[in-house]
Design a protein around this ligand. Structure first.
Ligand code: CP
Length: 315
């Protein structure tokens, strides 16, 4: 594997899940693979889980780790080509990237959608520049349009907790006070469409995701109907994708918050969310604190998804 940006990079998904579960059983058995290798994690945006779990995954493989917070202590980076650099950004990403590549063997990049240009975001301009100019294997730690390490961890979690061979998995939009990227729901859809699950997406009208990720999955505008018989409820907010509303908040309808009344419509479903989560906007206190909540096991599996990906990039 030369880079990791989407589900296809994993090849056979069943093999990848099997490998991940084996790694989980003995996460130090590949410690020799990363010996004398350096992992560079570049953050253009904040993180708790990705930062800690990916660093831990690298350590499990014997790697050294360098973390660069671009917005804290580094030169401000220009990302657009052709700009006359007479402003407050003294360094261009096109020099910074190959320089970063000199100091490491694998690079992880976190760079969220900026919602200034849909083309800039959906062409994954920043992540692709790292892939093109760093000279090193690159993996997404959540980019503008995808969060594949999260979706892989989510799939591992579903595999561990599912009670039927082909569970019903519902991705539901839920309200949030800020405009959030579509990266998590995009990647979740990307992975669920490849997995052996019955996949349903529910959201208010106007929140349709890019068909590249939805790929014909059932979209149900009635959240309660979507929840009927569900085995897993995956909640997430996202801002509008479709033009002319790209990046906008169209609704903050709290009737879409996942609460116990909604969960009672399901097949005693597990509740999932990638975290961080706004309680009583996305999900009620009682649901996230219930025994059916998988938010902590999901977060724990971020170490496993990252380690599986790093192992493959090193090999
Ligand atoms: N789920 C997730 O990626 O969490 P962080 O933003 O804290 O890394």
């Amino acid at each position: 594997m030369k880079s990791f940006t989407n589900v296809k990079d994993l090849g056979d998904l069943n093999e990848a899940i099997k490998e991940a579960l084996e790694i989980k059983q003995n996460r130090f058995s590949y410690k020799h693979i990363g010996e004398n290798k350096t992992l560079l994690m570049v953050f253009f945006n904040s993180s708790l889980r990705t930062r800690l779990s990916t660093q831990k995954a690298g350590m499990n493989l014997g790697m050294n780790t360098i973390v660069l917070d671009v917005n804290q202590g580094a030169w401000k980076l220009e990302t657009e080509r052709g700009v006359i650099m007479d402003g407050d950004k003294p360094e261009h990403l096109l020099e910074a990237i190959p320089v970063m590549g000199c100091y490491c063997d694998v690079i992880g990049v976190r760079s969220f959608a900026q919602f200034e240009s849909k083309t800039f975001d959906y062409e994954e301009t920043i992540l692709n520049q790292f892939i093109r100019y760093s000279g090193k294997p690159v993996f997404s730690m959540e980019a503008a349009t995808g969060h594949p390490l999260q979706a892989f961890a989510d799939l591992i979690t579903i595999e561990e907790y599912k009670k039927t061979e082909r569970p019903k998995v519902v991705l539901t939009w839920a309200p949030h006070p800020r405009a959030l990227p579509q990266a998590v729901p995009n990647s979740f859809a990307d992975f669920m469409n490849e997995a052996n699950v019955e996949f349903v997406i529910t959201h208010p009208k106007g929140y349709e995701l890019d068909e590249k990720f939805v790929r014909g999955a059932r979209v149900e505008y009635n959240q309660e109907k979507a929840f009927e018989g569900a085995d897993f409820i995956y909640a997430k907010n996202w801002a509008a994708y479709q033009d002319p509303n790209y990046g906008k908040i169209l609704s903050q309808d709290r009737s879409w918050t996942v609460d116990s009344a909604k969960m009672n419509l399901t097949n005693n479903a597990y509740f999932m969310h990638c975290l961080p989560v706004r309680r009583n906007m996305i999900v009620s206190d009682d649901v996230i604190e219930s025994p059916q909540s998988l938010v902590i096991p999901e977060a724990a599996n971020r170490e496993i998804s990252a380690q599986t990906v790093l192992k493959r990039l090193l090999q």
